[in-house]
Design a protein around this ligand. Structure first.
Ligand code: SF4
Length: 208
């Protein structure tokens, strides 16, 4: 199938992996921040094809794409440059400015971030469910053993959580990254829960 098969060519994938090994001369940490990317990476083992100097961390899940984190550099890069201009969609931005206002928001597992959310602007407040139903300030705190905040910040991998696959599963999720089918914990549970982590496999190989 066009635009599918081209991306499922094992020879091409092996060629790209070899090329990446050739040109990688220093450590890189890359955060993918879209849950769909996390699932594709874990499902197809893209992270295991990469050279050991390249570490992928799974970010919060949002359509911003790949963010290199190196030497204090943190940037958002537009990976859709053929379709998305720097100024963006002006009529849509004007509508968003008219209907919404910027507010602080609490993010699950992360906490409150100033100016990180949108609420309805005053002329539209009769549609605001938070005001209408008196649920402003309602929070859904994660249990203390859940480390989803660290996972969303790329500081931990799902399998490092002691509840992963035991007390926390997609059927009985404890945190946001297992609740969402696009979350990193859900991806690892779906595709990797029976795998031996790479470092353990390397230790076992060297011990043989
Ligand atoms: S496995 Fe469950 S408890 Fe552990 S970090 Fe992920 S969502 Fe939280």
């Amino acid at each position: 199938m066009r635009f599918i098969d081209e991306y499922r060519d094992p020879d091409a994938a092996a060629g790209y992996a070899r090329a990446l090994r050739r040109i990688t001369t220093r450590p890189w940490t890359l955060m993918e921040v879209c849950g769909g990317q996390t699932h594709a990476i874990v499902k197809f083992g893209v992270d295991e094809l990469l050279p050991p100097e390249v570490t992928l961390v799974h970010g919060p899940g949002c359509p911003v794409c790949v963010t290199p984190l190196e030497e204090g550099r943190a940037e958002v890069e537009n990976q859709y440059a053929r379709a998305v201009r720097r100024d963006g969609n002006q009529p849509a931005q004007q509508l968003v400015r008219e209907v919404f206002r910027v507010v602080p928001r609490k993010w699950r597992g992360v906490g409150e971030i100033p100016q990180s959310g949108l609420a309805l602007a005053r002329p539209y407040q009769s549609f605001d469910a938070e005001l209408r139903f008196g649920i402003a300030g309602h929070t859904a705190d994660e249990p203390t053993e859940c480390c989803s905040g660290l996972i969303m910040q790329g500081l931990m991998k799902p399998r490092e959580c002691s509840a992963f696959g035991t007390r926390c599963t997609p059927e009985h999720p404890l945190g946001a990254t297992m609740v969402s089918s696009e979350g990193a914990c859900a991806a690892y549970h779906h595709y990797r829960r029976l795998d031996i982590p790479r470092q353990e496999a390397e230790v076992a190989t060297h011990a043989d």
